[in-house]
Ligand binder design. Sequence first.
Ligand code: GAL
Length: 991
Amino acid sequence: MTTSRSAADAVPGHDPLDYVESRSPGDGRQPPRAGFVSDAAALDLDGTWQFRLAAGLHDLTPGFEAPDLAHAGWGTIAVPSCWQLDGIPGAPRHGAPAYTNQVFPFPVDPPRVPDANPTGEYRREFTLPEDWPFEDGASVLRFEGVDSCFALWLNGARLGDGKGSRLPTEFGTAGLLRPGRNVLAVRVHQWSAGSYLEDQDMWWVSGIFRSVRLLHRPSGGIDDVFVHADFDPVTGEGVLRVDAVAGPDARITVPELGLDLAPGETARVPVQPWTAETPRLYDAVIATAAERVPLRVGFRRVAVEDGLLTVNGRRILLRGVNRHEWHPETGRTLDRATMLQDIELMKRHNINAVRTSHYPPDRTFLSLCDELGLWVIDECDLETHGFHLNGWRDNPSADPAWREAYLDRMSRMVERDKNHPSVIMWSLGNESGTGDNLRAMADWTHERDPARPVHYEGDWDSGYVDVYSRMYADHDETDRIGRRAEEPTTDPELDGHRRSLPFILCEYAHAMGNGPGGLSEYQRLFEQHPRCQGGFVWEWIDHGIRQHTPDGRGFFAYGGDFGEPVHDSNFVADGLVFPDRTPSPGLVEYKKVIEPVSIAIDAASATVSVRNGQDFADTAALRWLWQIEDGGEPVADGECAFPVVPAGETVFVPWPAELRKAAGTAAGGERWLTVRAVLATDLPWAPAGHEVAWQQTLLEALPAVRAVAPGSAPVRSGRLLTLGPAEFDVRSGRLARIGEHAVEELRLDLWRAPTDNDLRGWRGSVAERWRAAGLDRLEHKVLAVEPGADGLTVRARVAAAGTDAAMAADYRWSVPEDTPDRLWLTLEVRPTGEWPFPLPRLGVRATVAPSLSTVTWFGAGPGEAYPDTRAAARVSRFRSSVAGLQTPYLFPQENGARTDVRWARLTDEAGEGLLVLGAPHFGLSVRPWTSEDLDAARHPTDLVPRDALYVNVDLAQQGIGSASCGPGVLPAHRLLPGPAVLTVGFQAVTD
Ligand code: GAL
């Protein structure tokens, strides 16, 4: 049975459900304090809870909190979890996840929320252990995260209510906790006044999604502790002072440093400092007779000095990512293994910084960052972006009625996380416009923790923050900011202040789908301008939700897949790792671009140099391996003996004797030297041998493969023209086969399935222009088929319906007399009429038999690469199945192109197949479906292999850019229409 809202009223004139739409952050809560684990008694309340989902406040269970309530008809749910994900990867059992970026999925009427307010009723019985120390002190119930608002009852009595989804809340249990059986009842509302402050770009999911514990608080124990562990870079001393709210006998001991201090007492001792590169921690304990709390102390000094952000007196360079908490099956509930996996993946990809976008993470994550070493910007759980769509009217940031809620959120984050050395900056939140409540948060934070700078991107004037932060500023603007020559502030009074600040891009390089492009160019600016201290790629992970098609094939759902009436589609899939944490090509590219050591090889002087781009660590952890390959086949390898290179320095060494000797032998193919930096020993985040950085240089080029002998003449028989190994149709001039292999429909191709970056664009969608021009529906009109003495020429005009713009395409086929098995095509393309946009691609497409499904190539690889995402592709010989060449972006789009290919073989199981030869290089894509299929698909499971392989051989492709949120393709990487010539050879071969 359910009851109406008024019937649930206990106190006449006061609606006990008012808290839901109250701006108040909560009632009955304990003051915020540091997150720590102690030896005091504790009871873990995670596990299976009774659960019922009510449709709204009108549908609540009467007497829901009563200890003896019968649970007839109730289900169960795991705590912690997000209730909308219960049932995933099958159908959600309670409601469904919904995705929006900025737009609130309910009418904007703060602080009111819809009547349809799904409300989870949670109940849990627990039995206290017999030795629970009732006689001493008190106990608190601690919730690490409840989304978005809740009230709770212990043994039928109300303890209070709270908001602030990604922040901890504690409630005292005075006089209510009983020996033996206890009943905890928690009511959680999906929507509340707090939802107006939590409009982050992510799935709306709800529930008790982080752990719950009952903690004993012994009298004379330790209620709060604030470790101030400064490092003096001049003397090399650590300066330790620990403030505590604790029993009078509290002592702080650091055995390794021989310290035994009272709270508030300061000690100076020589220490090794903490940095993200050298995460040195000292074990410490704060103890009273009643309680012991282990601490891990990292000594470091963060400062903004002389216009730079420094740690321990040195400028740091942030090679960062924005990390949301996400798992494709459990949503924002993560276990420790997943958090560790994130950090290991980041460290293995040279990432050194995380912005916890856009809320404080599970605090276990920060402990792991302390241990393994990452710089962290800890961001408050605050975003009011949806008000922007209403001209920022009623934005809570500027409304004093919300001040308490803002300050409450900030203090709960700072108090919880203040003892983590990895946290080097506090962020007020994200995209919450401007207003005095933000300034009040900054003021409070500066007062409470003067040792950490404050960050907030949303107020560009930067009046109350310590770093100038922006998102998605393009390369030119970043360059101007780097030179401190940016546009003035809106308030002229603030200009001098902002110009004196260091600069970071708290978001850049939007990793949606294929891309991001342009990373190398950003990195050059960060290295060139001291003021530009790096940035944080948007974002770490695609927030896809695991689902299956009716026939059991897995895919990752995005916005709209759960029937949401308002949603932002696949904009939630914009990470460097796929939802299952498989690295995407974007992460591999980022790893290369941000290498902490830069290797340069100079063949002329036979030297290698290493610049150590780290800010603190030397290179003692690395070994330097060299290898020579001819035509992609290894011919010699060895190790370079490098001296240890201090941070920031460069060292040159001559090639070792064996390398010089090997390089002096006759090359058996195009010869490349590769030097790689690998870990010399196991580190906590990667095993010995893990590659950190690499560089290649060409030692010897090969003469062009293209023969110059005269070509032979085609022979006609009936409808066929035979030219060497190839057969053509006499009338259409179409190629039909090469040797035994059908090669069909070969013709000029300008189309690619638009990427997310092609589709969206701050300055308009280039894909829309392509489609308007009909590049996806080009018609090929054959104008002439001209057999000649030295080959066959086919002239065509390629154009779309409705326009007189066209590409003249002349196909010249020849078979040189000295290589009678080899067919060459020289395609000459000439635009006529107006082509006022870059082309998606320029090349030919053909079909071959599906059996030719193994691809071997000599060229750049192993992964996909485009003009502005090719840093990570190295020249060697690679082999892959056709399936392995595809990148399964959550929203299908152009992918999988291999670049700078010298030759490629497509072979069947017997090793028979086709060789494609570049003159000198080409871009290669091979897929079991067409670009049109890719374009039409909404999920990878929509793609069904056809009875052919589609082979694209490109002269070039348009770059990728980052226009889905940020700058488009830089001029150097645009494929502008103009006369062009593609030469490529074909030959039937046996592997
Ligand atoms: C930013 C925002 C992020 C995300 C990104 C686009 O404006 O801070 O949360 O929405 O754009 O993916």
